[in-house]
Design a protein around this ligand. Structure first.
Ligand SMILES: COc1cc(C(=O)NC2CCN(C)CC2)ccc1Nc1cc2c(cn1)c(C)nn2-c1cc(Cl)cc(CCC(N)=O)c1
Length: 296
């Protein structure tokens, strides 16, 4: 067995001791938090996965171990068309490995960066899939808490797959309000900044930010400093140029970005919103990663 190691102590052949599956290490895909992500190829089936690799040297403090365990426990429990499939989790002497569904078209972040704004039919197509997955999560009493373009992965069929449950949590009861969030969500809700209790409504807030960013080309509260962004979020200070997008989606964004959590719609109510009565393409070509589609 080839035990050659590169600078990150990842052997070129990785073995899952439980299933005895052998993976060869492929292309570096990117990094996030403590993790580095690689293509991992099952040497028997030839199937390629996204392998998140976390050095154990990064998991020394108890709360870091607990956070990793929480991510695995939650992600392992999920099974939905629009959520990244969790396949396996194992470790060797140096690293922890999480074997996940590979999404070859990367994420909405790259599409957004390339396209700047997307059309309303594309937005309905993507957001409908995200909301279906969130209805499933909230029914299982799970809050994702870090819905953002970079966590909304895309497969070769241009289907959405929600990933990265590193900030996700389980709500103990319907009245349970979470008080802590260790980490900094990208589209952070005001009740999290103000350290009030928070719950499912933080994912709805993120949906408002995602809708705004896809359609208008930049996030609603963006400034040059985190402090100023937090101040705008606290004051609910954002503008929607109403002449550029339809009335329905202006109203939907405004409802999702209401300062008070209980004033926001549930995911089910978003799903039933008039915005989704507009044209929704059944599929999208991969060309939308670079150019707007022409609807026949
Ligand atoms: C073929 O599939 C992919 C390719 C690429 C890619 O082309 N990355 C290039 C690699 C070379 N450098 C120079 C530019 C980016 C990136 C992601 C791919 N797929 C891909 C990546 C995936 C997943 C599924 N599928 C999952 C699940 N988790 N992660 C994951 C995990 C981490 Cl820790 C970091 C990143 C990178 C940040 C990001 N949001 O893309 C991703």
């Amino acid at each position: 067995m080839d035990t050659a190691k590169d600078e990150f102590n990842i052997p070129n052949v990785i073995v899952d001791p439980r299933t005895r599956t052998q993976y060869s290490k492929g292309k570096f895909l990117g990094k996030g938090g403590f993790a580095r992500c690689y293509e991992l190829i099952d040497t028997t089936s030839g199937q390629t996965f996204a392998g998140k690799v976390v050095p154990k040297s990064m998991l020394v403090k108890p709360h870091q171990k607990e956070k990793m365990q929480q991510e695995v426990t939650i992600h392992q429990s999920l099974n939905h068309k629009h959520i990244v499939q969790f396949f396996s989790y194992f470790e060797d002497e140096n690293n922890v490995y999480i074997i996940l569904e590979l999404c070859r078209r990367r994420s909405l972040m790259e599409l957004h960066r390339r396209r700047k704004t997307v059309t309303e039919p594309e937005t309905r197509y993507f957001v409908k899939q995200i909301v279906e997955a969130c209805i499933y999560l909230h029914e299982k009493r799970i809050i994702h808490r870090d819905l953002k373009l970079g966590n909304l992965f895309l497969n070769d069929q241009m289907e959405i797959k929600i990933g990265d449950f590193g900030l996700a949590t389980r709500v103990e009861s319907e009245s349970d309000r979470k008080r802590t969030l260790c980490g900094t969500p990208n589209y952070i809700a005001p009740e999290v900044i103000n350290k009030k209790g928070h719950s499912y409504e933080v994912d709805v807030w993120s949906m408002g930010c995602i809708l705004y960013t896809l359609l208008l080309g930049k996030p609603p509260f963006e400034t040059s400093s985190l402090k100023d962004t937090y101040s705008k979020i606290r004051k609910n200070d954002y503008l929607i140029p109403e002449n550029r997008i339809s009335r329905e989606v202006v109203l939907l964004i405004q409802r999702c970005l209401r300062h008070e959590p209980y004033d926001r719609p549930t995911m089910q109510q978003i799903y039933m919103d008039p915005f989704f009565t507009g044209f929704i393409p059944a599929t999208l070509p991969t060309s939308v990663c670079t150019v707007a589609p022409r609807y026949s």
